[in-house]
Design a protein around this ligand. Structure first.
Ligand code: CP
Ligand code: NVA
Length: 308
């Protein structure tokens, strides 16, 4: 049985296969054709952190596929009162057909998956956000930028940066990551990416200079400087990230046809300026919509794996 916990477990062919499926289902959805790909299936959605996009896209997605989503906030279920992940998994996975989890450490979702009878999807952990990257790459494909792709990620070496590392190293494109000193990506994740890059031909460049990273790039992306769970560090982080805002001056270094992506929520005036996020180059709302389509692809693909 396959889970979707990190792109690390997926080959280039599988990632592209899921995206193809997602694009096909997107066209159907746009034509208001809703096929019962997953009739009467229930998706359990466990949230230990807040969410707008992930919740709405998974809940709507499973419904459009013929199933139903169960929103399970850790504030309301016994997990929040200390019931172990392993017990929660053994109970919930006997009742539902698929589970999506948003939690803190990646080890928690791995623990859940270990005990689960059904496929588990990562809806964000401290380390990774793989479904976001599926939507991001779908947006890049739709913008016609797959060829000679150069992605510049400017900001925190966080779950998004790690997921970009996985995507680039699996698919084989150029990724430049610029973070302030002390906010670099995790070494073990970088090591994995460099290993995958040997096979895919990906070029991975890590540094601390955002302008150097953006120069000549075709996609510019960033993320919040203060991720969920880091609220206590906010004041320090805002100081340390000074100079990392993606504004017009930064964007002007990218190729003329470059696009701007952001997983959202965005904090205008911090990691991105109002003018950049509201510019013609910004595809952030197309990207957000693609969460729905990409995740439908992921769910249908995982379900099909079970029947193989
Ligand atoms: N990008 C993203 O995952 O958004 P939410 O936190 O709103 O789900
Ligand atoms: N890096 C952010 C992404 C939010 C979608 C966080 O983990 O809070």
């Amino acid at each position: 049985m396959r889970h979707f916990l990190t792109l690390k477990d997926y080959s280039k062919e599988e990632i592209l296969e899921i995206l193809n499926l997602a694009s096909k289902i997107k066209i159907e959805t746009k034509n208001r054709v809703f096929k019962d790909y997953m009739p009467k299936q229930t998706l359990g959605m466990i949230f230990e952190k807040s969410s707008t996009r992930t919740r709405v896209s998974f809940e709507t997605g499973i419904y459009q596929l013929g199933g139903v989503g169960l929103f399970l906030s850790s504030n309301d279920i016994q997990l929040g009162r200390g019931e172990p992940m392993s017990d929660t998994s053994r109970v919930i996975s006997r009742m539902v057909d698929m589970v999506m989890i948003r939690t803190f450490e990646q080890s928690k979702i791995e623990e859940f998956a270990k005990y689960s009878k059904v496929p588990v999807i990562n809806g964000l952990t401290n380390e990774y956000h793989p479904v976001q990257l599926m939507a991001d790459y779908m947006t890049i494909q739709e913008a016609g930028l797959e060829k000679n792709l150069i992605v510049a990620y400017v900001g925190d070496g966080n779950n998004l940066a790690h997921s970009w590392l996985m995507l680039a190293s699996k698919l084989g494109f150029e990724l430049r990551i610029a973070t302030p000193k002390g906010y670099e990506v995790q070494q073990n994740i970088l090591d994995d990416a460099l290993e995958f890059a040997k096979e895919s031909g990906a070029k991975i460049i890590i540094g601390n200079d955002p302008i150097e990273a953006i120069q000549g790039s075709t996609v510019v992306t960033t993320d919040t400087w203060v991720s969920m769970g880091q609220e206590d560090e906010k004041e320090k982080r805002l100081k340390d990230f000074d100079g990392y805002i993606v504004d017009n001056k930064m964007m002007s270094r990218a190729k003329d046809n470059a696009i701007f992506l952001h997983c959202l929520p965005a904090y205008r005036g911090y990691e991105v300026s109002e003018e950049v996020i509201e510019s013609e180059q910004s595809l952030v709302f197309e990207e957000a919509e693609n969460r729905l389509h990409a995740q439908k692809g992921v769910m249908v693909w995982l379900d099909r794996q079970l029947k193989k």
